[in-house]
Design a protein around this ligand. Structure first.
Ligand code: HEM
Length: 608
């Protein structure tokens, strides 16, 4: 919207008549256009490009070329000289008292603004004073700070390694001259923030804001009382008794993926080179759709509109982060990407809403008891559990709430688990002796069984495979950082204070690569997680699922899926590195690679 000064004449002038050498909105232009119509007209005609411009803006030309208007009635003599501002005209119109009132009002506004500014500057100086106790790595200069020095690339991650090696607890990072953030890498500095109540250190919107139109007020993005209530209502849906029933889906989706791999390997004459991240994303989407909606999309074998939309949304969110212009909501809405985002959101939302509505109607029609009995043969999925969820006051979740949570699980659960699995297979490919040890463990477990199937009870009998999974999540954490904004001063054990208002970037990657906690942090060594080697280590040293009140609600689900897929994969395939395609890490919403993660897969004889 153009500013509403000078009425229509002003708007027309701004559209059609840019004077040479004037930027729109500069003071000279603004002074000129505040004048009356005849001034604009004169200005138009004197402009060398007036003909072209005005023909493009037809109504301007028409008005300017119209026959002279009949003489205006004699104007009230103006005491303000030609060119004096609107202010003087108003003062004249209101009389001397009105003028005094307006000047007083303006002075009051100015004083208010100065007062606020002084307050902000004083607070900012106090914040800077407290922040001076945190080390600041070399920056570009005081104006640019560290802008552009942190990159989402392989080199960017190597830079984090250097920062952690030098500043073991954390450091101060200036995104702009007025925006400092603290990058924290050590359990001691993370503890007071991660373990603080979700009200004292809420999530910062900077990193997740673009997901809002897709995920709405689901658990990941909601805050305050709404988040607390939903977290209480949703926690039982992730209880082990419920998760047990999903192990069948994990097995089934893995069989489907392996059948594809076998066929591809056979076609390739023994072993096949595959980009595993995409394959594993389809697998995790497949299992989630089964566990959340009881829906068989067969998305691993044939295209699914819904799955395509989720993959597209995840890609577009990352792309938007990289395009500064697209950070503005309305510019984004007008862009091609913004329209694709809106279409994909509509596809996802209509799928989820339809499932929720169908179930709600069935529940209302049959009543709670009959509806529960009707489930015979089909285990409860997340939608069922959320429809039945009630808090201590008997309040339930609305259909919109349930849909937002289901969309959130689909988003949070698929890429993260796929990234964890892909890097695990990569690390096992890098270390064939550990891979072989896992294989022996799984084969021992499956020996003499009719089917190659991992059961819920088996999950606690895979100790070495579990250590490999944990070590892989340490070395390649799927989520590399989480952020929090402190709503009050938070004291650290060493006496330093994280001032109110500061954003803390809690680096999961940095903490997992901190040599104070993990000697030789770049080395893949599953034995770090043996019971004896884990003794005395801070629980916050290993935080792939974050920690504290806003930790990952789906971590047991994810660990169960990781174990099933890993166990069946090492039992059935020899996993080797593709020497021609070494991965270059790329931390985005999750840790991926620049050109996919390529591995060679060779089928092994069946075990069971
Ligand atoms: C290896 C797999 C996974 C990893 C590494 C992972 C990691 C994380 C992390 C680091 C957070 C904290 C985010 C933050 O503080 O900003 C988080 C939150 C969350 N995760 Fe996961 N996640 C995984 C799998 C899953 C799965 C399978 C689900 C659901 C089925 C899930 C659902 C959620 C939800 C709903 C939240 C938000 C919790 C809240 O704020 O209360 N995640 N996850």
């Amino acid at each position: 919207m153009p500013p509403r000064v000078g009425g229509r004449c002003h708007q027309d002038t701004r559209q059609g008549m840019k004077p040479p050498g004037h930027a729109w909105g500069d003071d000279a232009t603004r002074t000129h256009v505040r004048g009356r119509c005849h001034q604009d007209t004169h200005y138009d005609e004197s402009h060398p490009d007036a003909q072209d411009d005005t023909s493009a803006q037809g109504h301007v030309t028409t008005r300017c070329r119209a026959p002279p208007a009949p003489p205006l009635p004699p104007a009230r003599p103006s005491p303000c000289p030609q060119g004096a501002g609107t202010m003087a005209a108003v003062t004249w119109a209101l009389g001397p008292l009105g003028g005094v009132a307006i000047v007083t009002l303006l002075l009051a506004l100015l004083l208010g603004w100065l007062w606020d500014t002084a307050g902000t500057v004083t607070r900012f100086r106090a914040t800077c004073h407290q922040l001076r106790r945190f080390p600041r790595p070399p920056w570009r200069n005081w104006l640019l700070g560290h802008t552009g020095l942190g990159k989402s690339t392989e080199e960017g991650l190597q830079h984090v390694d250097e920062l952690v090696a030098q500043y073991r607890h954390g450091c101060l990072w200036w995104i702009s001259p007025w925006m400092p953030i603290l990058r924290l890498f050590h359990p001691d500095t993370l503890r007071p923030i991660l373990l603080a109540s979700a009200f004292i250190a809420p999530k910062d919107q900077l990193f997740y804001g673009f997901l809002k139109p897709w995920l709405g007020d689901g658990l990941l993005l909601s805050h305050g009382q709404k988040w607390a209530r939903h977290r209480r209502l949703l926690t039982p849906a992730f209880h082990w008794d419920i998760l047990k029933s999903y192990v069948g889906a994990f097995n089934h989706s893995t069989h489907v993926m392996h059948a594809k791999w076998r066929a591809a390997a056979q076609a390739a004459g023994g072993q096949v080179g595959l980009e595993v991240l995409e394959q594993l994303s389809l697998l995790t989407l497949d299992t989630l759709q089964k566990c959340i909606f009881s829906h068989e999309s067969h998305c691993q074998e044939q295209p699914s509109e819904y799955i395509k939309a989720i993959v597209e949304l995840s890609t577009l969110v990352v792309k938007r982060h990289h395009r500064l212009l697209h950070h503005s909501t309305w510019l984004y809405r007008l862009s091609a990407d913004g329209r694709r985002f809106a279409r994909a959101c509509a596809t996802v939302h209509s799928f989820t809403a339809a499932v929720v509505q169908r179930r709600r109607q069935a529940l209302d029609r049959l009543g709670r008891q009959a509806w529960l009995e009707n489930h015979q043969g089909r285990s409860m999925d997340f939608i069922d559990l959320l429809l039945l969820a009630k808090d201590e006051d008997g309040n339930t979740l609305s259909d919109e709430d349930i849909a937002a949570e289901a969309d959130t699980f689909m988003f949070e659960g698929h890429d993260t688990t796929a990234s964890g699995l892909a890097w695990l297979l990569y690390n096992l490919a890098c270390h064939p002796h550990y891979q072989e040890r896992c294989r022996q463990e799984v084969r021992e477990l499956l020996k003499g069984r009719d089917a190659e199937e991992i059961k819920w009870e088996d999950l606690s009998h895979l100790p070495f495979t579990t250590m490999c999974i944990k070590e892989s999540l340490r070395l390649h954490p799927p989520v590399t950082a989480v952020s929090r904004r402190c709503t009050k001063d938070i004291a650290l054990r060493d006496g330093r204070v994280i001032p109110k208002g500061i954003i803390c970037l809690m680096s999961i990657y940095g903490t997992h690569h901190n040599p104070d906690i993990w000697p030789e942090p770049q080395v893949f060594n599953p034995l770090r997680f043996s019971p004896e080697n884990s003794k005395g280590r801070s629980p916050l040293a290993f935080i792939p699922f974050s920690a504290g009140p806003r930790n990952c609600i789906g971590q047991s689900f994810a660990m169960a899926e990781l174990k099933v897929v890993a166990a069946l994969t090492v039992a059935r395939f020899a996993i080797k590195l593709d020497a021609g395609r070494p991965p270059r890490r790329k931390p985005e919403l999750i840790l991926r690679t620049e050109d996919g993660l390529w591995l060679l897969l060779e089928p092994l004889p069946e075990v069971a």
